[in-house]
Ligand binder design. Sequence first.
Ligand code: HEC
Ligand code: HEC
Ligand code: HEC
Ligand code: HEC
Ligand code: HEC
Length: 252
Amino acid sequence: MGNLFPRWTNLLPVKILVCLGALGTAVVALAWYSWTPKFTRVGYMPQQPIPFDHSVHAGQLGLDCRYCHTFVENSPHSNIPAAQVCWNCHGPGKVKSDSVKLEPLRQAMDTNSENYTGKPIPWVQVHETPDYAYFNHSVHVNRGVSCVECHGRVDEMPVVYHAKTLSMSFCLDCHRNVDEHLRPLDEVTNLAWEAKDEDANEFYAKIAGKGGKAEELKEADADKTWDEKLLGAHLQKSWNVNPPTDCAACHR
Ligand code: HEC
Ligand code: HEC
Ligand code: HEC
Ligand code: HEC
Ligand code: HEC
């Protein structure tokens, strides 16, 4: 009886193995490249000229993010505050005005200081999208997307670090499942917000608008779990939120 398979097939399993091996190495190399912190920037925490502590200022003192990041709602770009904002509290005779940690602030602001330069404090930028990708803060913040979604719990950070990947797939994951990520507009800078903090009657009244229907909406939800996804789905509908997924929206 002759061979059922031609002779070359004897080598087939070997060839398949070699190919799989090469493919495996490529996959591992790619994953290694994309997931290491150096590439994704997750964990990036540069040393700042002044050890500014968000957990003190935004956490304990409860200053709203917009007190310092004043443009975040109105402009594509979120600003770092000018030294004047710090000077309001840390100027002569005020909070910790003699602290050595605040020397760069005095250089920027204190005309009586012998080290006065009048130059802005050289903060090191932590988050940065590449030039070829377009990003706009205000469109997100005004659609109920909280800072925490993209920056993590900054209000608990003694030193700001890059908490999320902010990679393309990160952007798209939210654009495709946006309902889980929306909250009422007045909670955007409350990084600790959870659905259970929200008063049900007030919430339905808000999304029902002037015409009423709040009771109807509430009844229709009676069996559903009161969570971020449920509230987010209502907000998405009510505001007609529809984030783009086409390449040209972010690569213009
Ligand atoms: C008292 C002023 C002040 C307040 C309030 C404040 N920040 Fe900041 N923020 C700064 C300063 C100054 C920097 C630059 C130094 C640094 O990175 O720590 C900064 C940096 C940041 C950065 C990193 C910027 C970069 O370079 O990529 C993020 C993100 C940020 N803040 C988010 C927030 C959020 C969210 C809140 C509210 C929970 C907040 N900040 C409240 C002053 C403030
Ligand atoms: C609303 C008032 C207020 C503003 C605005 C403010 N701070 Fe503060 N800051 C404080 C208070 C209060 C403390 C806590 C002081 C303490 O620990 O007793 C503090 C503490 C600090 C400390 C620690 C000082 C030390 O020696 O322990 C630094 C550094 C600092 N702030 C930097 C800044 C910078 C930089 C800005 C501007 C981006 C700023 N602060 C804006 C009120 C403010
Ligand atoms: C949907 C994601 C997203 C949300 C929501 C978001 N940010 Fe950002 N943020 C980014 C990205 C991306 C960058 C880098 C932008 C760039 O390179 O221009 C950034 C940069 C920043 C910077 C640094 C700007 C600079 O040039 O140094 C600050 C400060 C900041 N964000 C504060 C905030 C605050 C405060 C909020 C909430 C009110 C917020 N962000 C909400 C994604 C987000
Ligand atoms: C947590 C959710 C979330 C994340 C993360 C997110 N987005 Fe969005 N994005 C939205 C929402 C909500 C809108 C508003 C859509 C609307 O109004 O219909 C939006 C709108 C946009 C728009 C269209 C508006 C405009 O400016 O033209 C662009 C572009 C965009 N996002 C880019 C990005 C990029 C780039 C990233 C990643 C750095 C990102 N987004 C991350 C939720 C998100
Ligand atoms: C919601 C915004 C958004 C959309 C939509 C989007 N991109 Fe991107 N893209 C980004 C961001 C942000 C980066 C930069 C990621 C980083 O910093 O690592 C990026 C990076 C890239 C890169 C560089 C390599 C990489 O993966 O980092 C390529 C290529 C690319 N995008 C192609 C596309 C194509 C093709 C489409 C359409 C199918 C598309 N993008 C749609 C936001 C987007």
